[in-house]
Design a protein around this ligand. Structure first.
Ligand code: HAS
Length: 547
């Protein structure tokens, strides 16, 4: 294991982080504007459209910030634990980065010019300028290049260490990337086969149901692609930061394998209200959705075990004695911990969403927006901030000063307060039927809309507080990248507890797990897909130009 990651590898990670944090600044500003518009008291200047701002927000935060941050973090984790990247791997890493950045710029320009106000899900029949789809394709292709370069790096390590269990964080990085690659096949298919020909005018129609199905085949594993890097930090980094041990290496690997298997064949739970999919297939995917909650419950168990073992080693007693001995003053711990805490209600919300009948109540309401602001925008993002507080200074050869640590703690508190206002009011307004994705003007004068106003004001208050949170985190990140005092910062990698069982080699059998994944996907999707193509509405056959 490298004590400090190679400087050139660090530069590759930092390049990804710069794009990620620029996306955070711009996407966050768009978010603030949205909450203000939704109060009905604020009109966007210069003829900027509500959906334009909403698209900027969703694409920059949901797709750009996350993908860039994650790839930067995965490279750093691999370089730390499976050796310095070779020249070839690093070069492909840069090619991937440049491809993704060019793609992001093309997509961003098309949205800013008002030619692609189609939101981050770009549902048909909303149509964008072809540049939007070309840009997205480049982002995906760039991420594939990075993915394959990571696989080749990991493969080299495996060859050099036959019969050995690979380092836990590298194993997790590879699972995350395999999941991403398999998932993005869906979005690549819909963009290349359906959206691009349609937006270029080569074909006149598009099969809406197939495009949504391919999108959600990608869209759900997308959310676990966001979550797994946070879990990497929880399982491997947090135990070291608190001074404890990883509860079980085998349990951590098993939970990641379960994520790989069950994250993908569950997309129908976003389409429960859609006609054209037989209810029995929806039922199957709902069952699989509940299966994918299990590795999260295993993660909760594992984290509690790590905290408790550490607490007992410090003399803590009773059920929650460990709580008092945790390092509350350390932002590297505090930010991810608040993410964990908030994941408890956030995950419960997910289970409500997945329950077919309850989904009828909340689907397409702003409850769903509340759900993903707790999951991705709090649990995941606070963990990413926590990672930045040690990874950026580790790479730049600087330290997190006491003042910056304090600011990071304040930032976490500000974020939690802002999100409490925003997400709670979103959940509540959703239960009153307030739709997601609607500008105030659509519903402005109806009696029902008046009922939602107090909640929309609460969202604007929350959005404003969160924007302050974004400014604070940017101050910290800029400080850590350019101005903090020079020094050594640790890349914390936890050790496994002595009492833990050894890790069975079957977890490293990639052919087996990818094989099971393919079978599960075929079971969950083949027949419904054939149904969709055979029963496509007139004039909109599945892929008309190919048939
Ligand atoms: Fe979700 C919609 C179901 C998790 C993100 N989800 C969305 C959308 C997004 C999203 C972005 O079934 C909207 C997409 C759109 O634009 O339409 N979601 C689930 C389920 C889970 C879940 C079952 N979602 C996530 C995560 C996300 C995310 C994670 C991002 C990162 N979601 C749905 C469904 C919909 C949906 C439906 C569609 C709704 C509709 O109709 O449109 C599960 O994975 C959740 C399992 C989680 C748990 C919690 C475990 C708790 C842990 C914390 C431990 C804490 C500790 C600290 C140790 C079971 C691990 C304790 C300390 C103390 C002191 C107590």
């Amino acid at each position: 294991m490298n004590q400090r990651i190679d400087q050139l590898d660090g530069k590759l990670s930092m390049a990804h982080f710069y794009v990620a944090f620029i996306a955070l600044a711009l996407g966050g500003l768009a978010g603030l504007l949205q909450t203000l518009v939704r109060t009905g008291e604020f009109i966007l200047p210069f003829n900027i459209g509500y959906y334009q701002v909403l698209t900027v927000h969703g694409v920059l935060l949901g797709l750009v910030l996350t993908t860039f941050f994650i790839i930067g973090f995965l490279y750093a984790s691999l370089s730390k634990t499976t050796g310095t990247l070779s020249l070839r791997v690093r070069r492909w890493g840069w090619i991937g980065f440049v491809t993704m950045t060019v793609g992001t710029s093309i997509t961003a320009v098309s949205i800013l010019l008002g030619k692609a106000s189609v939101l981050y899900t770009f549902y048909a029949p909303l149509q964008a300028h072809p540049a939007f789809y070309i840009g997205l394709t480049l982002v995906v292709v760039g991420s594939w290049i990075s993915g394959f370069s990571m696989f080749s790096h990991y493969g080299k390590w495996k060859k050099q260490h036959p019969g050995k269990v690979s380092p836990l964080i590298s194993f997790m990085a590879i699972i995350t990337m395999i999941m991403w690659l398999v998932a993005t096949l869906g979005v690549a298919a819909t963009v290349l086969i359906q959206f691009l020909p349609w937006s270029l005018g080569i074909v006149d129609t598009i099969d809406v149901l197939i495009s949504r199905t391919l999108f959600w085949y990608f869209g759900h594993p997308l959310v676990y692609f966001w979550l797994l890097p946070a879990y990497m930090a929880w399982y491997v980094v947090i135990p070291k930061i608190i001074g404890g041990k990883i509860f079980s290496d085998a349990l951590a690997r098993l939970s990641f394998i379960l994520f790989l298997l069950f994250s993908i064949p569950v997309g129908f739970h976003h389409q429960l209200t859609e006609p054209g999919i037989d209810p029995s297939w929806k039922f199957l995917q709902v069952v699989l959705t509940f299966m994918v909650a299990i590795p999260s419950l295993m993660t909760a168990f594992s984290m509690f075990a790590t905290f408790e073992l550490y607490g007992r080693s410090k003399g803590a007693t009773g059920l929650f004695g460990w709580f008092k001995v945790l390092p509350w003053g350390d932002a590297r711990f505090f930010a991810p911990f608040m993410g964990m805490l908030i994941f408890i209600p956030a995950g419960a919300g997910g289970l409500i969403n997945a329950s077919h009948q309850l989904n009828q109540v909340i689907h397409n309401t702003i409850w769903v927006t509340g759900h993903f602001h707790l999951t991705v925008a709090t649990t995941v993002l606070l963990t990413f901030f926590g990672i930045s507080y040690w990874l950026i200074p580790h790479i730049t050869g600087r330290i997190l000063t006491k003042a910056m640590n304090k600011l990071a703690i304040i930032q976490t508190i500000v974020w939690c307060i802002g999100m409490a206002f925003m997400s709670t009011s979103m959940h509540a307004a959703g239960l009153l039927g307030a739709p997601r994705r609607s500008s105030f003007s659509t519903y402005g004068n109806s009696a029902q809309a008046l009922e939602w106003i107090p909640y929309q004001i609460a969202q604007a208050i929350g959005g404003s507080i969160l924007f302050i949170g974004i400014i604070l985190v940017l101050v910290i990140v800029i400080n850590l990248a350019f101005f903090a005092p020079k020094g050594e910062t640790e890349f914390p990698i936890g050790e496994v507890a002595e009492e833990a069982e050894s890790t069975p080699m079957i977890f490293e059998n990639w052919k087996l797990w990818v094989g099971v994944l393919v079978i599960l996907i075929l079971i969950a999707y083949t027949i419904p897909f054939i149904d969709m193509i055979q029963n496509a509405p007139p004039g909109s056959k599945g892929f008309p130009h190919l048939l």
